[in-house]
Design a protein around this ligand. Structure first.
Ligand code: URA
Length: 204
């Protein structure tokens, strides 16, 4: 089965899962969207008002800033995959609770395993804590962190949440600076991949 179909099946399983928290108060599941073969995946916090209405991630004001940031580095939104740490809207946009994050975790993990991104950009402290627990965002944002996740080498760059950038111009500037690092990191990762392929060809 191809990746798109596997992702579609995963989405259907989530929609049917009555044990998922926040389901009762929500209009739509916000699974995530983008290129199933994306090299870079963005993980936000949780759906807000418009995301809940439309069933799509980052389509409100924070989404407009995310689109602007993507355009600023000429990375088309359709070429990346965008999702969240929880997939139903928390009431009044409150922070997701630890038990809620845990309930969605197996689905998010499966999503990452299917897409196999080389780079994960976390937006906000909740998705950051999934990969880099015990740090503060003001200290680590924009840093390239290499780690092994599910037996695979990945790079994680924690960034501020775009909604924080909308509230504070200095955070928006940091986000712009941090986004500018993405193309270079992707180029490096591609080169490493090519080197690995050459090494493998030598071994055959
Ligand atoms: N904020 C998020 O964290 N995710 C969205 O999808 C929208 C706003």
């Amino acid at each position: 089965m191809d990746k798109s179909s596997e992702l579609e099946n995963l989405k259907k399983r989530m929609q049917k899962d009555k044990s998922l928290p926040l389901r009762e108060g929500a209009t739509n599941l916000v699974f995530g969207e983008g290129d199933p073969d994306a090299k870079v995946m963005f993980i936000g916090e949780g759906p807000g008002f418009w995301e809940d209405k439309k069933g799509r991630p980052f389509v409100g004001n924070a989404g407009a800033l995310l689109n602007h940031l993507l355009q600023s580095i000429k990375l088309p939104r359709e070429k990346v995959f965008i999702t969240n740490i929880v997939h139903y809207r928390p009431p009044e946009n409150r922070d997701p609770e630890a038990t809620e994050i845990s309930a969605f975790q197996p689905y998010l993990d499966q999503m990452i395993k299917l897409i196999k991104p080389k780079l994960i950009v976390t937006l906000g402290r909740f998705s950051m804590a999934k990969f880099i627990p015990g740090v503060t965002i003001s200290r680590v944002h924009g840093k390239k962190i290499s780690l092994v996740w599910d037996g695979r080498e990945i790079v994680v760059i924690p960034m501020y949440h775009p909604a924080a950038g909308l509230r504070r111009p200095e955070i928006k500037e940091e986000l712009e600076k941090d986004f500018r690092k993405i193309p270079e990191v992707l180029k490096d990762l591609e080169e490493k991949d090519k080197e690995k392929q050459v090494e493998q060809m030598k071994l055959v």
